[in-house]
Design a protein around this ligand. Structure first.
Ligand SMILES: Cc1cc2nc3c(=O)[nH]c(=O)nc-3n(C[C@H](O)[C@H](O)[C@H](O)COP(=O)(O)OP(=O)(O)OC[C@H]3O[C@@H](n4cnc5c(N)ncnc54)[C@H](O)[C@@H]3O)c2cc1C
Length: 532
């Protein structure tokens, strides 16, 4: 069963091995174990629903709690430390486009704020109901999850927007096909959520981001239904698909999408390479991306992330031997790990692997084809469960991301790492921070930062610390010319920084579009832009 507090299902855990606990104590300090707020206490906080009755709506308190937040660190502080102060007034589980239309009409009639709910995996506050204003109805698309049409001739499939990653791929796999969109939240996140937040899967290097996979879709909006044209490419004016992509529920509810699909790959491998330092790995990574080698993923961890990954792998003796071996080959304390993926037919994969090895060796690296890549593959969707364990141990973990042109990546990375590391120095609180580069393009790549600090006895202080660190990093991203989000979207947390990317006219265009489609302001109020 899906957890109400934390990530994932209640049956899965990610135990932290004892040596890794000691490692964390050394770098972040002895944690102060906190009690999480109980479900009973949370349920007591829920006020009565302000919604008029409707046969499609439940106001069951537990359902309201389940849909109250996503997965950002401030969502966690709300749900596990009990700072939560706003809840949806009810939940609807539409089963058809008619149901969705009915709910939109009901919301227009009664001035209700609608928040579509996909997998609830947003990490930027997309789902938080506003504290003030009209009642909020969460519209959970879970019952709209079917493959509606499989078109082998066009390599396309039409799928309902509420399909979660595993359900969606299982339905395509029966036909021998794959969408290939694997965000780390894949276990729960949905097709509709991916499209409206412009998400990026781990193998975007091969399958592409969600944008090129999205062919056409159907959205129910407060101004009526809209169907995108179904054509392979078009020069007929601005591309309306790009208005739905990233619309973050401000324009309507996406009910189905036709997606580009591919035949299942004949084989897939994940391997690793090590470099003596980050500069060497960075050069190799840029040259590989610019040579456009047919890989399916590339990720380069900095020295601290490399070490942390090795520590958390849990195989103490094996890792000791591996480190000794790596050192013998010149990959010492500053070593950086690269994980790469090969997806496709065996002959092309072999060739790509040989070409990659050339760049790795050119930059004093070494390829390691056993154990590490396989381990990454096996745990790729399990790793998010680590956050539950760390939280219970007394550590708050958050991640953030941006994308920049190649020449700006390292300066931006260095200044964010420095700012976060020293961000709580005035309180004498260490912050442990590390990063990787992934999702590379010929002209740049995305920078992904993880940071860890101790929870405080006072939840408000844990929240204030998060605000400070997130604010410092967001300011740095903007001043270095990065995007405020390469993959997570805008929601609430990135909203203050959107205008520096879009400019005043760009903001006006977005705001006017929303006002025009949703004049009463019933769709996901106060997210993305402020116009309510
Ligand atoms: C552990 C973890 C790992 C993650 N890894 C990645 C990653 O690798 N790549 C990445 O891009 N993101 C990642 N994310 C972020 C998140 O998974 C994505 O933003 C994802 O696209 C959200 O999908 P969802 O279905 O969970 O949407 P939700 O969180 O339910 O909703 C997000 C927003 O989309 C709206 N929405 C949802 N469905 C619809 C619909 N049908 N119509 C209209 N609006 C809708 C909601 O109202 C909300 O505004 C991760 C998150 C977590 C917690």
């Amino acid at each position: 069963m899906k957890r109400i507090q934390g990530w994932g299902n209640t049956e899965t855990d990610y135990p932290v091995p004892e040596p890794a606990k000691n490692y964390l104590k050394n770098v972040v300090g002895e944690p102060i174990t906190q009690r999480n707020i109980s479900l009973e206490e949370l349920l007591k906080k829920i006020p009565s629903s302000r919604l008029p009755e409707h046969p499609l709506i439940t106001t069951d308190p537990e359902e309201r709690l389940r849909h109250a937040r996503g997965q950002s660190l401030n969502d966690w502080i709300d749900m596990l430390d009990g700072l939560i102060d706003s809840f949806p007034d009810g939940i609807a589980y539409p089963e058809s486009e008619e149901d969705v239309r009915e709910l939109i009409n009901f919301a227009k009639e009664h001035k209700i704020n609608l928040v579509p709910y996909g997998g609830g995996s947003s990490v930027v506050g997309h789902l938080t109901p506003p504290k003030e204003g009209p009642p909020t109805l969460s519209v959970d698309l879970a019952k709209m999850n079917q493959l509606l049409n499989f078109n082998e001739e066009n390599f396309e499939a039409t799928i309902e927007a509420g399909a979660r990653g595993p359900d969606l791929e299982a339905q395509l796999e029966k036909h021998g096909y794959i969408l290939g969109h694997f965000p780390q939240s894949w276990e729960y996140s949905t097709l509709g959520g991916w499209i409206v937040t412009r998400s990026v899967g781990q193998q975007s290097y091969h399958y592409g981001r969600i944008e090129p996979l999205f062919v056409t879709g159907h959205m129910e909006t407060p101004s009526g239904p809209i169907d995108m044209p179904h054509v392979p490419k078009s020069a007929a004016g601005p591309d309306l698909r790009h208005i739905l992509l990233g619309s973050e529920a401000r324009l309507g509810i996406l009910t189905r999408a036709t997606m580009r699909i591919r035949r299942l790959p004949e084989e897939e491998h994940f391997y690793s390479a090590f470099f003596p330092n980050f500069q060497a790995g960075y050069q190799a990574m840029r040259e590989i991306a610019q040579a456009e080698l047919p890989l399916s993923m590339l990720r380069l961890s900095d020295p601290l992330e490399t070490e942390t990954n090795l520590q958390l792998a849990g195989k103490e003796n094996l890792i000791k031997i591996a480190k000794k071996g790596l050192s013998l080959f010149g990959q010492g304390e500053q070593r950086c790990m690269m994980i790469y993926g090969l997806t496709g037919d065996p002959a092309n994969n072999r060739l790509a692997d040989q070409q990659l090895a050339h760049y790795v060796h050119k930059h004093q690296g070494m390829v390691v084809r056993f154990y590490i890549g396989k381990t990454w593959e096996k745990s790729r969707f399990h790793t998010p469960y680590l956050r539950n364990t760390l939280w219970d141990l007394g550590y708050a973990l958050d991640t953030l991301e941006t994308a920049l042109p190649w020449e700006k990546i390292k300066p931006c990375q260095e200044s964010i790492l420095k700012d976060i590391e020293h961000g709580l120095e005035d309180k004498n609180e260490p912050v442990f921070v590390f990063s990787h580069i992934s999702h590379v393009y010929t002209n740049g790549g995305s920078l992904y930062i993880s940071y860890l600090y101790r929870r405080s006895e006072n939840p408000q202080e844990t929240l204030d610390n998060w605000r400070k660190l997130k604010g410092l990093a967001s300011e740095r991203i903007v001043t270095h010319g990065g995007t405020i989000s390469h993959q997570h979207g805008v929601g609430l947390d990135h909203k203050p920084y959107l205008s520096s990317e879009k400019g005043p006219l760009g903001m006006r265009m977005i705001e006017n579009l929303i006002k025009d489609i949703d004049p009463q302001g019933i769709m996901n109020r106060n997210k993305l832009v402020d116009i309510d």
